[in-house]
Structures are given as C-alpha cells and as structure tokens.
Design a protein around this ligand. Sequence first.
Ligand SMILES: Nc1ncnc2c1ncn2[C@@H]1O[C@H](COP(=O)(O)OP(=O)(O)OP(=O)(O)O)[C@@H](O)[C@H]1O
Ligand code: SF4
Ligand SMILES: [Mg+2]
Length: 335
Amino acid sequence: MSKVEPKVEKILEVEQVKKHFHVGRGQLVQAVDNVSFEVYKGETLGLVGESGCGKSTIGRTIIRLYDATDGDIRFKGKTTKDLKGKNLKQFNREMQMIFQDPYASLNPRMTVGDIIAEGLDIHELAKGKARQEKVVELLKTVGLNEEHADRFPHEFSGGQRQRIGIARALAVDPEFIIADEPISALDVSIQAQVVNLMKKLQREKGLTYLFIAHDLSMVKYISDRVGVMYLGNMVELADSQELYDNPLHPYTEALLSAVPIPDPDTEKRRERIILKGDVPSPIDPPSGCRFRTRCPKAMDICAKEVPTWQEVRPLHWVSCHLYQEESLKKEEGMK
Ligand SMILES: Nc1ncnc2c1ncn2[C@@H]1O[C@H](COP(=O)(O)OP(=O)(O)OP(=O)(O)O)[C@@H](O)[C@H]1O
Ligand code: SF4
Ligand SMILES: [Mg+2]
C-alpha cells in the first residue's frame, strides 16, 4: 500500500465533531465526541473499532443524514453545515454511501434497473435510451449483466446485491464514497471479490473512500490509512502499515493482538491482550480518557484529564497521556 504524502489535496476535513442523541429523560448519548481527521483525495481511510463506538454515526454525520451537534465538516474546502438547495443537491451527488446490509438498503419492489437509475432520475442526468444505456454500463462495471436490470433484489445473492448497491452509488459519478461495513454481511469467499471491485473502481475513477469495518485484516488490505475509534473518540490514526507495525494507543495494541498472523512461527509467539470489562455506556462515559476503565497502562492522570489529539510522529496521531510529556510530568507530580 502506497504511503500517503502529507501534501496531497484534502478532500474532507472533520474538525472537533460531536454528535449527541437525546434519548429521553434528559439523557444524552455521546455517540461521537470531538472527532477530528482529514481524508486526502484518492485515498482510502479505514475506520475501525468495536460495535457502538460511533463509526456509522460519524459516517452519517459526514454525509448529512445527521446534523452535527458541534464542530465543522468541510468538503472540498467548504463547510457542509449550511448547504441548501442547489449546493446541497450537488453535495448529495458528490458524496455517496454504501451500506452494510445490501438487501435492506435496496427497495424490494423496484427493479434493479430502476434502483440503479434512481440517482440519474433525481439529478436529471439521463433519460430514455441514454438512461437505459447508462444502467447497462453500470451493471457491467460492477460485474453484472444487462439481463439483471429487469429483475428484483430478492433474486440476487448477497455479493450481487452489494454490487447493485455499488452501481447505484456510482450512477451519479461521485467523488467520495462512505462504505459502512460493505462486506460484513457477506461470506468470506465473496468479501475479497467486493473489496477488489472497490479497489479497481477507485483506480479507474479516482474515488476517495471512507471504509468502515470490523475486520482489521481487510481494513489493512484496502486502506492507505486507518483510524481507530473507541467510545465516540478517535484514539489513533496513521498510515496502515505504520499503525500495524507500531501501534501506540493501548486500545489499538489490544485490537491488533487479536489479529492472527499468517506466519506460523510469529503466530505462535503472538500474545493476546485481553481487555477487562465491557465498553462503558456512551450516556455516561468515564472521565478523562474514555478508555481508562479498561486500559492496562492507565495512570492517575488518565481519570483527571482528557488526553489531547496529537501528531506524535509525522502523520501518526494518537490521543493518550503516555505520549504527552506534560502529562507524564504531571503524573510524576501526583505520586
Ligand atoms: N439514532 C440514534 N439514537 C440514539 N442513539 C444512537 C442512535 N444512533 C446510534 N446511537 C448510539 O450511538 C452509539 C454509536 O452507534 P454507531 O451505530 O455509530 O456505532 P458503530 O460503531 O457503527 O457500531 P456497529 O459496529 O455496531 O455498527 C451507540 O451507543 C448507539 O447505540
Ligand atoms: S490516556 Fe491513559 S487510560 Fe487512556 S489509553 Fe493512554 S494510558 Fe490508557
Ligand atoms: Mg455501524
């Protein structure tokens, strides 16, 4: 995987974004809290983390399915906060989403052709014969064929349905695709096919991906850089090789320790870090560092102060007191 150069164009900037949900009785779910990162044009940024850590919420906030509670999101240099009318429509065309469950996200009463052409209709990009031709071209692009246009989603396998979802996203010539666990519901044998199709399309069309996933080995394979989330926070972000070779955050270390290593000798020596306890509730997250209740390296300062999000090596960001000199000095003083 190629190293991402620091000077390449930023297509997306997420700055101190929060998304909190009211869930009754005055309670607030802090699903995403103070998350900041950038995505470079043409790269794939992978997002990983346990269930409930806020991956889908940040994806949905970026694409404006949700309004951010706080912070700013800039797409191609412009804030997306107050997009309206024509500009919002253009944004909806440039940024598309692919979902985890390709069956639930495809209307069962519509033919595959109409599903794929929905964006063409909304954005008035093609009519009549041109529309039909575009649908056939899109079907072929994703490895399906012309005859599939008149069939319904239930007639297809999971892998084929995900290809239909990809064709639908591609119909409007997007620049940025958020793929929310696009392969998690598929058989392992099919997963690589869909990922390889996505990689091929990226090369051909210069697409940028935000690729959300559970499976760390697949994320490494597709991503140029990987971000790790825990309980609504981004805790580490780096070039994927760097992250896998030199994880800095104790949570990343634990996640990676669970990934089998292909080399049998190294695999034998692999030590699993088992985290104690469960992920706390995002309604009442721990003070200071949100990971402290499960962190094998937690210090006194971790309960008192929120660690800052810092670039501790070139392009390697982490949020942990262990890498902040000021914090280590304060910790000494607390003893
Ligand atoms: N609409 C909502 N209303 C209230 N709480 C929500 C809503 N959407 C998500 N949450 C909560 O926000 C937190 C983050 O959820 P999110 O779906 O973003 O996690 P995720 O990382 O995508 O998890 P998974 O891997 O299971 O898909 C969870 O605690 C979830 O219950
Ligand atoms: S800040 Fe403290 S508790 Fe949090 S990950 Fe670092 S060492 Fe662990
Ligand atoms: Mg999710």
